[in-house]
Design a protein around this ligand. Sequence first.
Ligand SMILES: *Cc1c(COP(=O)(O)O)cnc(C)c1O
Length: 378
Amino acid sequence: MAYRIPFNRPLAGARAVKYLSEACGEGHLSGDGRFTRQCHEWLESRICVGKALLTTSGTSALDMAAILAGLKAGDEVIMPSFTFSSSANAMVLRGAIPVFVDIREDTLNIDERLIEAAVTPKTRAIMVVHYAGVACEMDAIMAIANRHGIAVIEDAAQAIQSSYKGRPLGSIGQTAALSFHETKNIIAGEGGALLINDPAVIEKAEIIREKGTNRTAFARGEIQKYTWVDLGSSYLPSELISAFLWSQLEIADDLTAQRLSLWNRYHEHFVEVERDGLLRRPVVPDNVTANGHIYYLLLPDQAKRDALISALRAEGINAVFHYIPLHSAPAGRRFGRAVGDLARTDDLSARLVRLPLWVGLGDGIDEVADVVKRVLRS
Ligand SMILES: *Cc1c(COP(=O)(O)O)cnc(C)c1O
């Protein structure tokens, strides 16, 4: 069914067409051409990371992060259960075990106070997920990781242009993954990036991304011929993807500002219904800057959440929910382990609804908010 107000409408305008057509004319369609280099430079300078490598998706960036972390069968990675399958899948593909801990009531991010109790001699990494582009409590998390000598991988798929105490998300852990999937803030259809803050693994990352060969060093003229040197796969996107991505990175500040303004408009709308106890609005702590990625509401119970989604759809507005917690999903039960009962994860995910939010939605925000308020007050 086609909705009057869809949940997402990806931006793909004249600027993207212009760069795609330039890429087509340049005689270089495979990866690591001019547009890819421009994207790398933008990400490195704006996110303050030593190295950025575009990938074919956020998922493949997480896969690369898992290989780089040197995970082996039986190793454990602590992570939230309230996340997308890719965060856990990347670890399971290395034979590692996702160890799920509960989330915080306010930000829905991993509860840093529960992490240390989940550490065992097999723990190799903590995977944080900055849900809705709102930072996890990184100071506490990095301190735990340093105390135990384990790595931190940031799933920053939703968090481009967000920050924690002034530091860009993606620049704090050893590695981080961004996503440019069409539902994210900055898009390329499908696409992603691996961000590397540990200089010691940059060369290894280039090899993993180029089918296990040292072709990247060869392309820089550092070696005479290239060959198969280590584990790897094909994780680099074509110039067509990079050209499209460049059309968005170039105006990223504007796109983020527009999203934040739409997000704030929703937030204003729901002040009174929150005061009257009909819902809870998202929480953004004082020490973080968010990017307006997701606007969600928490309803009092699952029945009210489901009824709201139905009522919105009946009015031609597509609202959605996520995630089925990984610890209760079929693959999560098979491959992972939960620490504690994860009661907040179960409770919050059952009461959450995401409202449409995309650049160009404009007055649609007021329309959606009015329906929500009418339904909740009826
Ligand atoms: C979108 C997303 C991913 C996966 O990114 P893709 O580019 O779709 O592969 C991973 N983790 C989180 C938290 C995401 O939101």
